[in-house]
Ligand binder design. Structure first.
Ligand SMILES: NC(=O)c1ccc[n+]([C@@H]2O[C@H](COP(=O)([O-])OP(=O)(O)OC[C@H]3O[C@@H](n4cnc5c(N)ncnc54)[C@H](O)[C@@H]3O)[C@@H](O)[C@H]2O)c1
Ligand SMILES: [Zn+2]
Length: 362
């Protein structure tokens, strides 16, 4: 069992990472003393696959619980679903000391976090992330979100969980595409902050792709540590530190938006965005070609795309201007100046951006 900690004064919390640790969930929750009645938000697939084990872990320590099933889709991050979940939560929580468990990937985590942030002006919640992306990224840091028709993640609050409990055993049932999607964020962390992790990813791809528990535990722990540290110093992305987590995301978000969110998934879009950012870094002479090729090769090693198909450049450029991180007329790119080293560059010229998008165009 490995641990990291998000240090935010009274709102500090632990991230517990391990293999087969679900059976210890009850004891951990009891120690936290955040409530006796768990309202578990999940989807049907996860309840069918892991619900019995989760129930046993809670029953063993005398917790009362209720499963709330939502649809397995990004569409669950909607005001309508949140409203339905809150109504059921209100019925369940009568005369109980309730806390929420987000049991699922990033969709469930974002929805549950939002519900927790508004129910009774803030209710305790725990993240039990079940995808690699959620374990290394979305479950940590307290960004909660719902989508609107006008765009993704437009409604939300910063609201920290009381615990993140990452059992890497859940990752065994991910399909290759979901694993690769999470690996894109793992590569991002290594590229921006952790040279050793980068080499580990280069040397252990077979083990990781085969979902070897120890290898998964190592990458989840390394990434959690980075995200915990960054969140502890820049909770609300106000002093710039958290910005580096957007490496690959400026063009990545534009690719997702330009494809109407049904082309490339988030991880694939971020991979393409990282390759574009690497190309920009090289054009601005922050890194040499050898290093650029090293990052691109790592992305390819994990089955992530390096060439963009079927989305016109004009659409990506247009979407890039609508990115919510794009403030006024100034653009802002997180670029690399080495493995584990970043440089924030503002006002990159449109010509350069176009050249980098050309680099990823198939
Ligand atoms: N809050 C944040 O900081 C943050 C950061 C990054 C992404 N996000 C959000 O996260 C979401 C994406 O998260 P995601 O990639 O986890 O997607 P997801 O939650 O949709 O999960 C992907 C798929 O994997 C399935 N799944 C979950 N656990 C599984 C398991 N153990 N075995 C097999 N299948 C499993 C899900 O049912 C789903 O079909 C997006 O909505 C994104 O906006 C939030
Ligand atoms: Zn991301």
């Amino acid at each position: 069992m490995l641990k990291s900690r998000v240090n935010l004064g009274k709102r500090s919390y632990e991230i517990i990472i391990g293999e087969g640790i679900l059976s210890q969930l009850g004891v951990t929750l009891k120690r936290l003393a955040i409530g006796t009645d768990a309202f578990i938000i999940t989807n049907k697939f996860l309840k069918d696959k892991y619900g019995a084990k989760l129930s046993r872990a809670l029953l063993k320590e005398g917790f009362n619980f209720h499963f709330k099933i939502v649809a397995d889709s990004e569409k669950s991050k909607s005001i309508q679903t949140a409203s339905m979940v809150i109504s059921e939560l209100a019925k369940f929580s009568k005369e109980k000391k309730v806390f929420i468990i987000a049991f699922g990937g990033g969709v469930i985590g974002d929805l549950s976090g939002f519900v927790a942030s508004v129910y009774k002006r803030g209710t305790n919640y725990v993240q039990i992330p079940t995808t690699l992306l959620a374990q290394v990224d979305s479950a940590i840091g307290g960004k909660t979100a719902l989508d609107l028709d006008l765009g993704k993640n437009l409604v939300g609050a910063f609201y920290q969980p009381r615990l993140v409990f990452s059992d890497v055993d859940f990752l065994k049932s991910l399909d290759n595409k979901q694993l690769a999607s999470g690996m894109s964020e793992v590569i991002k962390y290594a590229a921006i902050k952790d040279k050793k992790l980068f080499s580990f990813l280069e040397d252990n791809s077979k083990k990781i792709i085969a979902k070897d528990s120890k290898a998964l535990e190592k990458i989840v722990a390394s990434c959690s540590k980075i995200k915990a540290k960054i969140t502890s110093s820049d909770e609300r992305e106000t002093c710039g530190l958290r910005t580096i987590l957007n490496f690959g995301h400026t063009i990545g978000h534009a690719i997702e938006a330009a494809g109407g969110y049904c082309g490339y998934n988030h991880g694939q879009a971020v991979s393409l965005g990282m390759i574009a950012a690497i190309d920009l870094s090289q054009r601005l002479k922050l890194i040499n070609q050898k290093l650029a090729v090293r990052v691109e090769n790592l992305i390819k090693l994990y089955g992530l795309p390096s060439k963009l198909k079927a989305i016109p450049m004009a659409k990506i450029i247009k979407a890039h201007y609508h990115d919510k991180k794009f403030s006024g007329k100034e653009n802002k790119f997180v670029l690399l100046s080495g493995i584990g080293k970043t440089r924030i560059v503002r006002n990159v010229s449109l010509d350069l951006i176009k050249e980098s998008i050309k680099k990823i165009s198939g």
